[in-house]
Design a protein around this ligand. Structure first.
Ligand SMILES: C[S@@+](CC[C@H](N)C(=O)[O-])C[C@H]1O[C@@H](n2cnc3c(N)ncnc32)[C@H](O)[C@@H]1O
Length: 226
């Protein structure tokens, strides 16, 4: 079962029953109001901020609802970066999630930023949290993950995550036919990974354009697009 919805994730979550989801993998706005200045074409879609990139209360409500819809003894992966890592951590703890790891995803590039006073930032953060205690599948792995970013030319979303990274989350914390939820699916990477690994998927995206991209990627023939 694959269910894709073009709406606000909080509206959709109201209709998801308590303790009905096996795994949440989610890459929300990082709350940084980020807009790149490094593209020649300033009208390119990737030069605009993503929706709700300044909406702290959305993230608070979302995390609260994630705890409600997740089954007991199951896991969630949630991405953020160093800017508001304290906020994300506090919200997770406030909602009774057990923080198991703050995974450091090391990328093959680093940011520009303040070239004279700040070193290049080369990592993003992925919280692995449990509702109760959720055993991982297979061998124990490290909390430093090395995955190349999605290269510019094949990027469908400015914040697109590597398919293999998302697959690693799925393989470590779910079984075939279990239900995985992503309320901020962007270009649908979590959905593509679920389809390829025979997991059920519920994905929500508020932006019509990204929703259509995700739908084509997940439901179209070209579902292995990175
Ligand atoms: C960081 S991106 C996700 C990128 C995704 N992981 C990928 O690989 O393409 C976050 C997405 O959340 C969407 N979004 C923001 N507010 C939302 C809301 N209230 N409900 C659903 N989606 C929302 C944005 O439009 C954006 O596409």
């Amino acid at each position: 079962m694959i269910k894709l919805i073009n709406n606000d994730c909080l509206d959709v979550m109201k209709n998801i029953p308590d303790e009905s989801i096996d795994l949440i993998i989610t890459d929300p706005p990082y709350l940084i109001n980020y807009k790149t200045n490094y593209r020649k074409n300033k009208n390119h879609d990737f030069c605009k901020t993503i929706k709700n990139d300044d909406n702290f209360s959305l993230i608070s409500e979302y995390i609260k609802n994630c705890y409600r819809i997740l089954k007991k003894n199951k896991a969630m992966y949630i991405f953020c970066n160093n800017t508001h890592v304290d906020f994300f951590k506090q919200e997770l703890e406030k909602n009774n999630f057990n923080i198991k790891n703050m995974i450091i995803w090391v990328k093959n590039n680093w940011t520009a930023g303040d070239l004279k006073a700040q070193f290049g930032k080369q990592y993003e953060i992925i919280f692995l949290v449990n509702k109760g205690r959720c055993f991982f599948n297979g061998k124990r792995i490290t909390d430093v993950w090395l995955f190349d970013r999605v290269a510019g030319t094949s990027q469908l979303h400015q914040n697109q995550k590597p398919l293999d990274l998302i697959k690693q989350c799925i393989l470590k914390h779910s079984k075939e036919n279990e239900v995985i939820f992503d309320g901020f699916m962007g270009s649908g990477t979590t959905g593509v990974a679920c389809k390829e690994l025979n997991r059920d998927f519920i994905g929500v995206e508020i932006d019509r354009k990204y929703f259509e991209i995700a739908k084509n990627r997940i439901e179209g023939d070209d579902s292995n697009g990175k």
